[in-house]
Design a protein around this ligand. Structure first.
Ligand SMILES: Cc1cc2nc3c(=O)[nH]c(=O)nc-3n(C[C@H](O)[C@H](O)[C@H](O)COP(=O)(O)O)c2cc1C
Length: 199
């Protein structure tokens, strides 16, 4: 699909067709292209939980403002971010080891990160998952698959229901994937000149 068509196809889908499931090969394509997203220093401080289990989706829904996307979607992707990505983090070190000049990269990374507080690092790490989520949604759209980004949820309650490495990761947000039930509204955006400034 032409890229602009992909962009125009994507919208925040409010309800999915429960009878349509994403095929395994399409889902793999979406996730494989998603993990090609850029990340700072190439660390890839994220994880993607794929929820297909209907019972679990039903349990999550009340803590997601009862949004119908949660239970009607085919796959609910929960994006996790890595929390303590200091220069001592073994996960960070493993990523940096792929670089030609590991010692130099580690030193540069330490200068970049180690003066920041853990809450600043968390914020920085979480922000990067939004880039991956754009890949996720646009990759889906390129296959004619709909999505809805979902930040409307009770973080701690959702966290309690999900099984993941909570020591090292936390929930960023979610993206529901599936096939639209209804025709979307026309995409509304502010004027180009209001948002884009050439300086
Ligand atoms: C970080 C983020 C969180 C969002 N959370 C929700 C949500 O919880 N529920 C929902 O229906 N839409 C959610 N949206 C979708 C936006 O409301 C939607 O993208 C916006 O209104 C523009 O509509 P469009 O995407 O259809 O063009 C979220 C979008 C973003 C980027």
């Amino acid at each position: 699909m032409d890229f602009e068509k992909v962009v125009d196809f994507r919208h925040a889908c409010k309800i999915f067709d429960e009878n349509k499931k994403i095929s395994k090969s399409d889902l793999n394509y979406i996730l494989k292209t998603t993990i090609k997203s850029p990340s700072s220093f190439g660390i890839e401080g994220w994880k993607f939980l794929v929820i297909q289990n209907q019972d679990l989706k039903e349990k999550l829904k009340p803590y997601c403002w009862n949004q119908p996307q949660i239970t009607t979607c085919s796959d609910l992707i929960v994006l996790l971010y890595r929390k303590n990505m200091t220069s001592k983090d073994e996960y960070v070190i493993k990523s940096l080891k792929r670089r030609k000049y590991f010692e130099k990269s580690l030193q540069k990374y330490a200068e970049f990160i180690d003066s920041r507080s853990l809450s600043e690092i968390k914020c920085w790490s979480k922000a990067q998952t939004y880039i991956a989520s754009a890949y996720l949604m646009l990759s889906s759209a390129s296959l004619g698959i709909d999505s809805c980004p979902i930040e409307g949820f009770e973080h701690e309650n959702i966290k309690n229901l999900l099984d993941f490495d909570k020591q090292n990761y936390d929930i960023s947000y979610m993206v529901a994937l599936g096939y639209r039930l209804n025709h979307p509204k026309t995409l509304e955006r502010r004027d180009f000149d209001e948002l884009v400034e050439f300086i």
